[in-house]
Write a new protein. Structure first.
Length: 255
């Protein structure tokens, strides 16, 4: 997969994740070991920068796409951010060197078992691995409008797959725990920003193929019925977070 051609739109139109997600991550990191935190498949650093206020050590982003890394922020406030070009299944890091690893909206693009095993190798005892996904609420109409056009183009029903990509139980890869938390957030969009968001999506690029411009033109006409020019709408999104702690230091949390 080559996300490089999407770098500009990705950087301009993608939005991050709600504060509840980082509060959840921060709570667990605070009770785990001290050390660096790595953001896997970080892209343009959208999910990397918020970690600066949570980590008790360096914050590092990793991605195979150098074109995305080139757009990532070098600082979050006064905190420097570092980046490495690396494969998530074979990290150029020492064993037992990280307090936490995050993977936002990406584990479905990578074989999860090798990633989880590599995370286990790199995590300190009691370190945490987090994977999360954000999807529009099933009742929101904006993605469904795209499905109608894509279905007509392909001559068969198309669903973009905006449903939970639940990972395997982390404990099957050696983790001591596995938990899930769900959150809601709303994202404001205008017609232009929603069109930009759709253009930034690799799945749309896959489905539209050489007819991408044709799709975007048709989609723009249909989307304007839902988001008139000059208007802002709020799309409800669901965020699903999965977390696991490596063995060796049990997290004790009051219930």
């Amino acid at each position: 997969m080559d996300f490089g051609p999407l770098a500009g739109d990705y950087d301009r139109y993608r939005v991050g994740y709600g504060p509840e997600v980082y509060a959840y991550v921060g709570e667990r990191l605070a009770e785990g070991p001290q050390g660096p935190v790595l953001d896997l498949a970080c892209g343009t650093g959208l999910s990397t920068a918020p970690l600066a206020g949570l980590a008790r050590g360096r914050v590092v982003g990793a991605d195979v796409a150098r074109s995305l890394l080139a757009r990532a922020p070098k600082r979050a406030g006064q905190t420097p951010l570092d980046y490495i070009a690396a494969d998530a299944t074979c990290l150029p890091l020492a064993g037992s060197s990280l307090a936490g690893i995050t993977c936002a909206q990406a584990l479905h693009w990578i074989p999860p078992e090798p990633v989880l095993k590599e995370a286990m190798r790199c995590l300190l005892p009691g370190g945490w691995f987090f994977a999360w996904w954000k999807y529009p609420h099933p009742d929101e109409p904006y993605q469904a409008a795209a499905d109608v056009i894509l279905s007509r183009m392909h001559g068969r029903p198309i669903r973009q797959g905006f449903s939970l990509k639940e990972p395997p139980d982390f404990r099957t890869c050696g983790f001591a725990s596995f938990e899930r938390a769900d959150f809601d957030m709303t994202i404001p969009y205008t017609l232009a920003t929603y069109l930009g968001f759709m253009r930034s999506r690799y799945r749309i690029k896959e489905l539209a193929g050489e007819r991408m411009e044709e799709f975007m033109a048709e989609y723009g006409v249909e989307l304007e019925r839902l988001i008139p020019r000059g208007r802002t709408v709020e799309e409800r999104n669901q965020i699903f977070v999965f977390a696991g702690q490596s063995p060796g230091r049990t997290l004790q949390r009051s219930r």
